[in-house]
Design a protein around this ligand. Structure first.
Ligand code: ADP
Ligand code: MG
Length: 337
């Protein structure tokens, strides 16, 4: 819908033609972004898996973050959900709300970032909306993927006796944000660059996702924080979970920070923005998971155990230190309100 012109920008339709229509090339159902709506035709026997997530300047990214990375992050926070659900990504829609003083160069770089990720993940932009806003830059993406009918991996399938796994490393984004905000002093420059990079550009294991269908009993992406997201799985599944803190996979950079500041473990366990995949699986899955980890060159780490839920428990996720003592947690994860 048209809502007036941004002063620093060409008109809405010029913006779409210049920067977004090229991203629709190659997807027949996008009709070159020249129609009112798009068509997605999932393959026979497949369900369409749908997810939307927005990122807002000042909340999910910083106004000075490079715009190409902002575009890629906006897309990847949706792809991580599709990945967790076992879906193969197909296409996405983009609702872009821009303040009037945004420069065209910002939009150009933003679209370049999207183009790079489209090539990496094999998906296309198929439509959206462009508006002006009196508020900060807001980017809502809706992503579509597909999975065999009825096979989407849900949150509610975890059972006592399952193992809790997580992909990649945890805590890098939260530590990176702490560095950016000046809350963490003096990490060495290489670590700082790595951690900030993980905050700005999450790397969900998109190609692994579909292989978790039939293996994972429940799955979620780590966006709010490891403990909070595991709690979501436990609540949906009616179970509890024990996590062994020393099993939580850490990057070298995160390790170096923890060596200096053990309290940073709190940020690792409860900080958000990792966009890795947290899932549960029965004992029979272990060998296949080891093969997949090698095949996709990523780590898949067992970090704990699903247990039966006792009614008295005030919280369903418990974290234990290497000596088996429960770790008190100040907060479980990020919440907007
Ligand atoms: P309408 O007038 O029906 O609301 P628009 O004029 O907003 O439609 O959009 C025209 C076309 O451009 C549609 O195909 C729409 O999906 C596409 N479009 C608009 N904004 C974007 C965007 N930010 N990204 C991708 N496609 C867009
Ligand atoms: Mg229309």
């Amino acid at each position: 819908m048209s809502t007036g012109r941004n002063q620093g920008l060409p008109g809405e339709f010029e913006l779409i033609a210049r920067y977004f229509a090229p991203l629709a090339k190659g997807y027949p159902g996008a009709f070159g972004l020249l129609d009112d709506a798009a068509v997605i035709r999932p393959a026979d026997g497949r369900d369409l898996v749908v997810k939307t997530d927005a990122i807002v300047s000042g909340v999910h990214f910083r106004p000075e973050d490079p715009p190409d990375l902002v575009g890629r992050k906006a897309l990847r926070v949706n792809l991580s959900d599709l990945t967790a659900k076992g879906a193969v990504p197909l296409a996405y829609m983009l609702d872009l709300m821009l303040p009037r003083d945004v420069e065209e160069a910002w939009v150009a770089a933003f679209a370049r970032g999207l183009a790079a990720d489209q090539a990496e993940f094999g998906i296309h932009l198929i439509g959206g909306d462009t508006d002006s806003t009196p508020g900060p830059i807001s980017i809502a993406i809706m992503a579509f993927g597909e999975v065999d009918i009825g096979r989407m991996i849900r949150r509610d399938g975890a059972r006592a006796g399952d193992t809790v796994y997580v992909t990649g490393t945890i805590g890098d984004a939260a530590l990176g944000l702490a560095v950016l905000c000046g809350r963490d002093s003096r990490p060495d420059p290489t670590s700082a660059e790595f951690l900030i990079g993980r905050y700005r550009l999450p790397a969900p294991p998109v190609s692994l996702g579909p292989h978790l269908v039939g293996l994972a009993t429940a799955s979620i992406d780590v966006s709010d924080g490891l403990i909070a997201d595991l709690r979501h799985v436990c609540e949906a599944s009616g179970v509890a979970a024990d996590i062994w803190s020393d099993h939580v996979p850490l990057s070298e950079a995160a390790r170096s920070i923890l060596a200096r500041d053990p309290d940073a473990l709190q940020s690792v366990l409860s900080g958000g923005d990792d966009y890795q995949i947290l899932f549960t699986a029965g004992p029979a899955a272990a060998d296949t998971l080891a093969v997949l980890a090698r095949e996709f060159r990523l780590s898949i780490t067992a970090i704990g155990q699903v247990t039966a839920r006792s009614d008295q428990a005030s919280h369903c996720v418990s974290v234990f230190d290497p000596k088996g003592r429960p770790l008190p947690l100040d907060r479980e994860g990020w919440a907007h309100f």
